[in-house]
Design a protein around this ligand. Structure first.
Ligand SMILES: Cc1cc2nc3c(=O)[nH]c(=O)nc-3n(C[C@H](O)[C@H](O)[C@H](O)COP(=O)(O)O)c2cc1C
Ligand SMILES: O=C(O)C(=O)c1ccccc1
Length: 386
């Protein structure tokens, strides 16, 4: 297992032999190099967001108006970053957020597998997207000892939805994350300007195309008639989910079920009342709705509303200090999104591992310096709005 805290020592010691890191040490550098590494269409799809990207920017800038409060004389060398999620203890409080085009972010076109290998190497769980270049079973088989979760984009066809969930369960995923904020695609000027939507070009549909129920809806197989298969996918992609659907969704599996995209405490409370096991606060990285609140500003209120279930969080996390702030505001675990896609673009599995190690090493050192040796120490007193 990778040791996160040792990264700083490792880098300085290597420097004594004249070796400097080949991969970026700051998010700004990572982003710049990923832009050079990715094909332009993939870059704008990943980096872009909805509308004029105000929400996407706010997801980032909002972290700046939260400040951690340093506490002294609480130094400890036996720091513990582990968290418990649905009965499993994970070594760190971060996870890999679902990224539907991670498959095409690596040069070999198997970025989902590369990410799963990074998850296996680090113990950082992956939330595998419905939209993958390799079928969900193949992704699961690369996860090694690290438990994974499956993210469901609920299709309009209920039997296809049930099939996807059953396959995820059979493949060994430990929970289902149902994304609620993407039953239609947000207005994305960068992609519209280039008429580029990767899935409509047949990318990242392997889980669908390998699904027996989806295939039964086609006259010809996706191999024989990919055009019709893609259009059929596009027609059934997003079920307009309403509260009345929740009991049915919940009945599809006995695995823990998490709902993603919740930003209002009433929605969180109601979902938990209706049997949902975890709440995932997210604004989808500002890719879906523009003109909204920053996700980090929604977190504390949602977390306070559902004290008895895990609260996952993503949107705008770029550094270890962002992770620590989200934990202090009530997250149980914090999702890394675009940064690992950029790591994958630069160096596949090694790039994803590098991004996770840098973020976690910074989080660990920050907790050390600021006097919060364990995650349990990071309560509301640890953070203030400036
Ligand atoms: C290129 C891209 C593809 C994504 N695909 C999915 C997906 O398939 N399912 C999903 O629930 N969220 C998806 N997301 C949203 C992420 O899970 C996460 O909410 C978002 O990336 C967080 O914002 P950040 O990357 O700016 O931190 C995607 C995000 C990006 C950037
Ligand atoms: O790009 C996304 O964020 C995403 O997850 C998605 C995938 C398919 C349709 C709409 C959004």
């Amino acid at each position: 297992m990778v040791n996160f805290g040792d990264l700083q020592t490792e880098i300085y010691l290597a420097g004594l032999s004249g070796v400097v890191p080949s991969l970026p040490m700051s998010f700004a550098d990572l982003e710049r190099r990923a832009e050079q590494a990715l094909p332009p269409g993939t870059w704008s799809y990943v980096a872009g967001g909805a509308g004029d990207e105000h929400t996407q920017r706010s997801n980032r800038t909002a972290f700046d108006h939260w400040g951690l409060v340093p506490r002294m004389l609480r130094a400890r060398t036996d720091r513990d970053l582990s968290v418990e999620l649905f009965g499993t203890t994970f070594p760190t409080p971060v996870f890999l957020a679902p990224i539907g085009v991670i498959g095409i972010c690596t040069q070999d076109g198997h970025g989902d597998l590369a990410t799963a290998r990074a998850s296996a190497a680090t113990g950082v769980p992956m939330v595998a997207s419905t939209l993958s270049q390799d079928p969900l079973e193949d992704v699961a088989s690369e996860l090694g000892e690290t438990p994974g979760f499956f993210q469901l984009y609920c299709p309009t066809d209920p039997e296809v939805a049930a099939s996807l969930v059953q396959r995820a369960e059979a493949a060994g995923y430990r929970g289902i994350v149902v994304t609620l904020d993407t039953w239609v695609t947000g207005w994305r000027p960068r992609d519209l300007a280039t008429s580029n939507f990767p899935q409509l070009r047949g990318r990242c549909l392997a889980t669908y195309f390998s699904d027996p129920v989806f295939r039964s809806r086609l006259e010809k197989s996706p191999e024989d008639d990919p055009g019709t298969a893609i259009l059929t996918w596009a027609t059934m992609f997003g079920r307009p989910l309403v509260w009345d659907d929740l009991a049915w969704l919940r009945s599809l599996t006995t695995l823990p079920m998490v709902v993603k995209g919740v930003c209002h405490p009433d929605d969180a409370r109601r979902a938990v009342d209706e049997g949902i096991d975890g709440i995932y606060v997210s604004t989808h990285g500002g890719r879906q709705a523009n003109g909204g609140l920053a996700a980090i500003d929604c977190l504390a209120e949602v977390a306070a509303a559902v004290p008895d279930v895990p609260v996952l969080f993503d949107s705008g996390v770029r550094s270890g200090s962002d992770v620590v702030k989200a934990l202090a505001l009530g997250a149980t675990a914090v999702g890394i999104g675009r940064p690992y896609a950029y790591g994958a673009a630069l160096a596949g599995t090694a790039g994803v591992v590098h991004v996770l190690r840098t973020i976690l090493a910074e989080a660990d050192l920050l907790m050390a310096v600021d006097g919060y040796p364990t995650i349990a120490d990071l309560g509301p007193d640890a953070i203030r709005r400036t």
